[in-house]
Unconditional design. Structure first.
Lengths: 223, 366
């Protein structure tokens, strides 16, 4: 059992989820409430990781954060080392890769909040941001939980992007899915099956807990 | 009531993608507690006008001002947000925040005030609306009428200078509707807040309104005191939207076993009054021209309760029937067939008796 890899995966998934909450909520808010027509382009960009092969996404991220790109060059000058094949580089890639799994449940739930509630709130003198915080967010717990759990679970199971951007450095970028791949490559089927089973169990438990929570929240709202 | 009237001025033009244009033009001076009714058929643009006033809809071209304060002037680039206008709005649906209790809903718009103030104002409104016992409930545990009371309290809490009511009673059952109408009217009068009320219900316009603007096809076709608009519609389309009934100011002078006597000027009418207004209260008596028949002399045995001596003023043909305008101390029309008119040999100036069944008179409380 590759505990290092598992621990790394959990850390990566947790960090990715935190970043996605921080940037996913504003993006979802903007997508739902902006009157701009070209927001469909932003929606499409957010959804791209759903249809792109992880290798394509990984390739572009690798190029974008590499030392020869403005972004990667800037980071290398500040941090003293490049982004590729580091935990931070992996985090950037994971955030992009899981973006739709956070933004889509968030925005679907925001959009489902009755517009009259917002108008009532504005007419009571409460700003748009205040209305979002006091009315929209509390009524969107279901979508927020879904987005958070999906982001976490999806990052936990990512493979292609990690391989492209992070490579296979034990304790740094060797996540649990890479470790399973390695085990199979070296014909260590026992290790592969143990790690696979653990990942399966973790994913299953997370999703079951979420769905039961979901149900409670949902029934609570309807009661 | 004290205080000066405040003037609402609107001149707007808002085009929808369907091509429908809502272009109201109106100026109304509202006394403290007075209610301006926006009346008209569904889809005529009443609600859009209310949303323009609230700042929830932004017309392509508009100047809107309230009490000397410019809320919108598209030419000068002035735009006040709904937050800045702070007009209390109540929709047809209560639109209460489902995750807050009744008290939290009412105190929602008071977040910037100190906690003690909030609490005080909340108590005050719970009392005013008679919902103090519901303070701890969540909105899903309220009846329709209770929820609308909470919505009213919530809108009144930040002390708006103007209330905007978008058919707030329409989703309630008849008894609840009448009660809340009366209470709302009395409450607005007591606290002196003027209101604009959207409705397509003529009884509601009569019961709650002081002034009335008739909205048809996105435009204001007539504006004036409620009784003036009902008694002197500007044109045929306005008259049709108001209904065919005569609306007569009256007073209940007696009420026994569901049979009320109402005085209209010097005349007395017997009315089967299901609503049971109190003796001495002012009402409107509504009578359809179809329900008025004409007799030449007073019959001694008939089931019809009301026989009023009068005089024929004019006769106007309306297709197969004739509209006979009578003066019985008050003006009222009778619709009779041409043959009946010929048999009775009616001519202007002739003395006749108008007969009206007690069940044909509909009373609306004022």
């Amino acid at each position: 059992m590759d505990w290092d890899a598992l621990w790394l995966s959990v850390r990566l998934a947790a960090a990715t989820t935190l970043v996605l909450i921080a940037i996913g909520v504003p993006i979802a808010y903007w997508i739902v409430y902006s009157p701009r027509r070209w927001k469909v382009i932003v929606e499409a960009i957010v959804a791209l990781p759903l249809v792109l092969p992880p290798t394509v996404l990984g390739f572009y991220v690798l190029v974008a954060i590499g030392p020869f790109s403005p972004l990667g060059g800037l980071y290398a000058r500040i941090a003293g080392h490049g982004l590729p094949f580091t935990f931070e580089g992996l985090l950037v890639a994971s955030v992009l890769y899981s973006l739709p799994f956070a933004v889509q449940p968030f925005s679907a739930e925001f959009a489902a909040v009755d517009r009259q509630l917002l108008e009532a709130s504005w007419s009571l003198g409460v700003s748009r941001i205040g209305t979002f915080r006091r009315v929209v967010l509390p009524l969107s717990t279901r979508g927020l939980i879904t987005g958070i759990v999906l982001s976490f679970a999806h990052t936990l199971g990512e493979f292609g992007v990690v391989l492209m951007v992070g490579g296979n450095l034990p304790g740094v970028t060797r996540t649990v899915s890479i470790s399973i791949y390695d085990a199979v490559q070296s014909l260590d089927y026992g290790a592969a099956s143990r790690t696979s089973l653990l990942l399966l169990a973790i994913s299953f438990v997370i999703l079951t807990v979420t769905y039961s929570l979901h149900r409670r929240v949902w029934i609570g709202a309807e009661r | 009531m004290t205080g000066l009237p405040a003037t609402l001025r609107i001149e707007a033009e808002q085009q929808f993608s369907s091509g429908f244009v809502v272009a109201p033009k109106l100026e109304a001076a509202l006394d403290p507690g007075a209610v301006l009714v926006l009346f008209g058929p569904s889809g005529g643009g009443k609600t859009t006008i209310l949303r323009q006033i609230a700042g929830l809809d932004r017309p392509q071209r508009a100047t809107i001002s309230w009490a000397g304060e410019t809320w919108c002037d598209s030419a000068a680039g002035i735009w006040r947000t709904p937050q800045e206008r702070l007009a209390g709005i109540v929709f047809q649906q209560p639109a209460l925040f489902p995750h807050f209790t009744v008290r939290e809903n009412i105190e929602y718009g008071l977040a910037t005030r100190p906690r003690q103030d909030r609490r005080c104002r909340g108590d005050e409104l719970l009392d005013l609306l008679g919902i103090a016992d519901l303070a701890g409930r969540l909105p899903h545990a309220l009846s329709g009428g209770q929820a609308q009371r909470v919505a009213l309290a919530r809108a009144l809490a930040p002390e708006p200078k103007l209330m905007l009511l978008d058919e707030p009673f329409a989703s309630l059952d008849a008894p609840g509707r009448n009660r809340l109408r009366r209470d709302t009217r009395a409450l607005l009068g007591r606290i002196g807040t003027p209101a604009v009320l959207v409705t397509h219900d003529r009884a509601e316009a009569l019961a709650v309104g002081d002034m009335m603007a008739v909205v048809i096809g996105g435009r204001i076709r007539q504006i004036g005191a409620v009784t003036d608009v009902f008694s002197r519609p500007a044109d045929a389309e306005v008259a049709a939207s108001l209904g065919v009934e005569a609306v007569l100011p009256a007073r209940i002078v007696d009420s026994v076993d569901g049979l009320a006597s109402v005085a209209i000027g010097s005349a007395l009418l017997h009315v089967a009054d299901r609503d049971g207004g109190a003796v001495g209260s002012d009402v409107y008596a509504c009578i359809r021209a179809e329900d008025v028949t004409i007799e030449l002399e007073s019959p001694s045995h008939a089931s019809t309760r009301n026989h009023l001596a009068g005089r024929v003023v004019s006769i106007t043909p309306e297709g197969a029937v004739d509209r006979v305008s009578l003066d019985c101390g008050f003006a009222i029309d009778a619709l009779i067939t041409r043959r009946a008119r010929e048999e009775l040999r009616l001519v202007p100036g002739m003395a006749v008796t108008a007969a009206i069944k007690a069940t044909s008179v509909h009373l609306v409380a004022r």
